[in-house]
Design a protein around this ligand. Structure first.
Ligand code: TIU
Length: 224
């Protein structure tokens, strides 16, 4: 017997969450993006704008795990030999240090390096799939869609960083593949407050063109 759906107050309208078919997808909560002294801060970004998402994500993850629901994590990064790193991505930004170079926490955005890993506060459990992705979207060049299909997932609660880059790209990719996406605004973060605001508006505009926006306490209450 399937678990009954839960109505969640959201914009542009109520989201009917089907617990058996809904996965929590946590995007790129990696040390290099979030920790002081990491790659993100090295590029001049204000990591406090991202760090405010840690506590809400912790609470949501605990509630989600407590309800026995599906959790998946993603990490942006590349093979140590950089064969999956497009030359255009390597040189973008013209910064002194780029992907693959030695950084404050190992080689920047390289799989297996300390900075590439997920922050301790949200560390995956052994049974939670971790999707290593070379791009901004979590569906590009990964097995995420196959894993979700095999698990019968049709809905995603998408959290993580950054709102306008990897979260928005992933929500758009998911929407085109037929998934219903719900984004809790306190669990996604941008280095830029104006992009945080507009990134969320773009998702819920035009009748929910890419998905729904809510807050994590509403989800926690619904699955309790
Ligand atoms: N995970 C993710 O969003 N990767 C980025 O590079 N984001 C930026 O905002 N730069």
């Amino acid at each position: 017997m399937s678990t009954p759906s839960a109505s969640i107050d959201a914009e542009p309208y109520t989201f009917e969450l089907k617990p058996d078919q809904c996965a929590l997808l946590i995007i790129d909560m990696q040390r290099d993006f979030l920790e002081p002294g990491g790659f993100g801060e090295m590029l001049g970004n204000d990591v406090s704008q991202l760090r405010r998402t840690i506590e809400p994500n912790k609470a949501l993850l605990a509630a989600w795990r407590g309800a026995g629901l599906q959790v998946l994590h993603t990490r942006e990064g590349h093979r140590p030999d950089l064969t999956d790193l497009p030359p255009a991505k390597k040189v973008r930004g013209k910064s002194e240090k780029t992907i693959g170079d030695p950084g404050p926490m190992g080689r920047i955005l390289v799989r297996g390096e300390p900075g590439h890993d997920i922050i301790a506060e949200l560390y995956p459990l052994p049974e939670e799939p971790v999707i290593d992705k070379p791009g901004k979207g979590a569906f590009f060049a990964t097995d995420l869609h196959a894993i979700l299909q095999n698990k019968g997932i049709t809905q995603l609660v998408v959290t993580g960083v950054t709102t306008e880059v990897c979260v928005n790209t992933t929500v758009r990719e998911a929407n085109d593949r037929g998934y219903e996406c719900l984004v809790p605004e306190d669990c996604v973060g941008s280095y830029f407050p104006e992009f945080q605001e507009m990134g969320l508006k773009m998702i819920k505009a035009q009748g929910g063109i890419f998905g729904w926006v809510t807050s994590s306490p509403a989800i926690v209450a619904a699955i309790a």
